[in-house]
Design a protein. Structure first.
Length: 79
């Protein structure tokens, strides 16, 4: 049992299997500039045979990991 909610979130975010290579550019875009993701990005992944479930799981995983990385960095700076 995990008592710290952030540690529980870290464990969940570490869960998705490694992403297919075809998703690497998309996941970098989610990590670095999520506001630029478009329906065309998702359609391109689906066109390569990647399921909506896989896209969702990988998107959420990378977004959570990046959010936690930024939180950790902020905590280092603040004190």
């Amino acid at each position: 049992m995990i008592d710290d909610p952030l540690e529980e979130l870290r464990a969940v975010a570490a869960g998705p299997a490694s992403a297919p290579e075809a998703m690497s550019a998309y996941l970098a875009k989610v990590r670095d500039r999520a506001y630029t993701v478009t329906d065309a990005d998702l359609a391109a992944l689906e066109g390569q045979g990647i399921s909506q479930d896989e896209i969702f799981e990988q998107t959420v995983g990378v977004a959570i990991r990046e959010g936690l990385r930024r939180l950790d960095r902020a905590r280092e700076v603040v004190g």
